[in-house]
Design a protein around this ligand. Structure first.
Ligand code: AGP
Length: 614
């Protein structure tokens, strides 16, 4: 989950230090408990590290007033896996000779045994990290050939790595390597940049190469040679990015999260554009063209994901079962990968991941393929590991999602999954008229969401203060809105640090209702769709025990409004659209509560945008 940047090239408008620090800022959402930079030429390696955000590192670098002409550098922003966030544990890490520096993302599982071997060989350690062990191991193997030293070290390593290595005795190159943690390389005519993901590269070039597991890369200014661990040449496709620099900036919003909440109507439009046909009442998913026979033979669908992506899959479970009549099972990706899942050739496995780099979801895709399942990926990042491992699927086209709290990715995931449910349904029992109704509902989603944003943004800001002191909050929903309750609770807890739980409303009586005290806030999804009448009863049971009710209701529903202390009104719409506009209302609610609490909204404590470690 750390952010890695490497740069090699001629000095043009910016120095390597500026390019590296700017790159770290673009990657900071991946991890931000400490950061560091190493710059080198044939005479020296200069290292600067600092705990906290990248800004602290930048200030420290500028204060050093280092005017040496470097042309190579590596940098890192950390999400701690081994050892506390301290300057000693911050990357880059060095070998014993001081000639070699590395930045590493991943986990070296056998680092203790390697460390013991190195200590016995006389190496001394300054940090608690597994990454320093890797640096020392590369130094241990270095005999004047950096590529060979890296190769020999990696052949001893068990675990995962996204790695960039620099050596002052070979200052005209960088070595990169990948196993389980993403590495992407961008080249322009006079320089090359390596990073954990494209947001650090897109301002330099739109043409990138993603390394695959067990790839090594020898990177020089404007060029890259990619090899396997036996140093045989391998070729990797050059991908063209469909993002631009502006899309990774805040554009005047106070937080990326707020920007991405407001981007949702446009983002969803981009996700569904050209992917439905009203005249035939069907979906057109080019990423699934030519596989209608396989789709027709599936008997079960398993949806894999983590966090918000798993919640999107839970919405799809209701939609696919209702529209296509195919049994759907949603599984947490780590649970799937380790339980020897019962899955095979007649099963469709859908892997959902915004980043396309979540380690558990990637491993689950590999396991599903081992068992012969028909696997598709639903990712936002083009060329990401899960997209490539799945081999086929549908891209979200939601644009970069920078804020750690996922918002537009969820609504775009659900929108695309509704299209898939329509496609599966129309290849089975869904009639033309029913298909047209669903296609119309999907088409209406962006406009309904825009209406919600326009009409409720200010109102939600006025009700949020009543909830900032809550110690715990419950989100209740039924049917399609049950996953929305889970997602709403996740949003609140991950950015405001208020403990929140989502429950199926019927579940409360089976224990959790014991937690209710006078004033306990309950967010009840009382939208006027199936399940509302039972929801009204559940809310009355909570009120009878002193709970404070924030009702998410359909606009104008006075019956529901009467039993609530506060309401947020959702425009009346097809239930498939209601699911998403309700979600957006909860995103705004969580945002306003977190903002009033002065929380670090875009980079919440302990979290990172992409969980690339198990
Ligand atoms: C959601 O707000 C969190 N950022 C987190 O649950 C996230 O959805 C999860 O880690 C999955 O990430 P992915 O979609 O990139 O695989």
């Amino acid at each position: 989950m750390c952010g890695i940047v490497g740069y090699i090239g001629s000095l043009d408008s910016q120095s390597p230090a500026e390019i590296l620090i700017q790159g770290l800022k673009r990657l900071e959402y991946r991890g931000y408990d400490s950061a560091g930079i190493a710059l080198l030429n044939k005479d020296e390696i200069y290292t600067c590290r600092e705990i906290g955000k990248v800004k602290g590192l930048e200030d420290k670098w500028l204060a050093a007033e280092n005017t040496v002409n470097y042309q190579v550098g590596i940098a890192h922003t950390r999400w701690a896996t081994h050892g506390k966030p301290t300057e000693e544990n911050a990357h880059p890490h060095r070998d014993s000779s001081g000639k070699i520096a590395i930045v590493h993302n991943g986990i070296i599982e056998n680092y203790q045994s390697l460390k013991k071997h190195l200590v016995n060989a006389g190496h001394e350690f300054y940090s608690e990290t597994d990454s320093e062990v890797l640096a020392k191991l590369i130094g241990y193997h270095y005999k004047g050939d950096l590529l060979q030293a890296v190769t020999d070290a990696l052949n001893q390593v068990h675990g995962t790595y996204g790695l960039v290595v620099a050596c002052k005795d070979e200052p005209n190159k960088l070595i990169a390597a990948r196993k389980g943690s993403p590495i992407v390389i961008g080249m322009s005519d006079k320089s090359s940049i390596i990073a954990s993901d494209v947001s650090a590269i897109v301002s330099h070039t739109k043409h990138v190469i993603y390394l695959d597991d067990d790839d090594l890369a020898v990177i020089t200014p404007g060029n890259v040679d990619i090899l396997d661990l036996n140093h045989r040449q391998v070729s990797r496709e050059v991908q063209e990015l469909d993002w631009d620099t502006d899309s990774t900036q805040k554009d005047g919003y106070e937080h990326f999260m707020l920007k991405e909440i407001f981007e949702q109507p446009e983002a969803i439009n981009n996700s569904i554009r050209g992917r439905y046909n009203l005249s035939i009442g069907n979906a057109i998913l080019s990423g699934l063209s030519g596989v209608d026979k396989e789709l027709a033979s599936i008997s079960q669908i398993i949806i894999l994901g983590c966090g918000t992506s798993m919640h999107a899959g839970m919405v799809a479970e209701y939609a696919i079962e209702e529209l296509a009549g195919i049994p759907v099972k949603v599984m947490q990706a780590a649970d799937f990968r380790y339980r020897n899942p019962i899955v095979g050739p007649n099963d469709l496995v859908i892997a959902i991941s915004q980043s396309g780099e979540t380690a558990d979801t990637l491993a689950a895709v590999k396991e599903a393929k081992q068992k012969g399942a028909f696997v598709i990926g639903l990712c936002n990042v083009v060329g990401s590991s899960i997209a490539r491992e799945a081999g086929r699927g549908v891209y979200l086209h939601a644009g970069p999602e920078i804020s750690v709290a996922s918002t537009k990715a969820f609504t775009c995931q659900v929108s695309v999954l509704l299209l898939l449910a329509l496609k599966l349904g129309r290849s089975r029992r869904l009639s033309l008229a029913q298909g047209v109704e669903v296609a119309q509902a999907i088409k209406s989603i962006p406009a309904i969401n825009q209406l919600l944003l326009d009409k409720q943004f200010n109102h939600i800001a006025t009700i949020a203060p009543a909830y900032t002191q809550a110690h715990s909050m419950f989100f209740l929903g039924r049917g399609y809105l049950y996953p929305v309750a889970l997602e709403g609770a996740l949003k609140l807890k991950e950015i405001s640090y208020i403990h929140a739980e989502g429950y199926h409303a019927a579940e409360l009586k089976h224990g959790p209702i014991a937690l209710l005290e006078e004033g306990t806030p309950i967010v009840a999804l009382l939208n006027d769709i199936e399940g509302k009448d039972k929801m009204l009863g559940n809310v009355e049971e909570c009120k009878a025990r002193g709970a404070r009710i924030l009702g998410i209701i359909t606009e104008g529903d006075t019956q529901a409004a009467e039993i609530c202390d506060d309401v947020i009104e959702i425009p009346s719409s097809h239930k498939l659209s209601t699911v998403l506009s309700t979600t957006i209302a909860l995103q705004l609610f969580s945002y306003q509560v977190a903002k009033l609490k002065g929380c670090e909204i875009d980079q919440p404590r302990n979290l990172a945008k992409s969980v690339t470690v198990e």
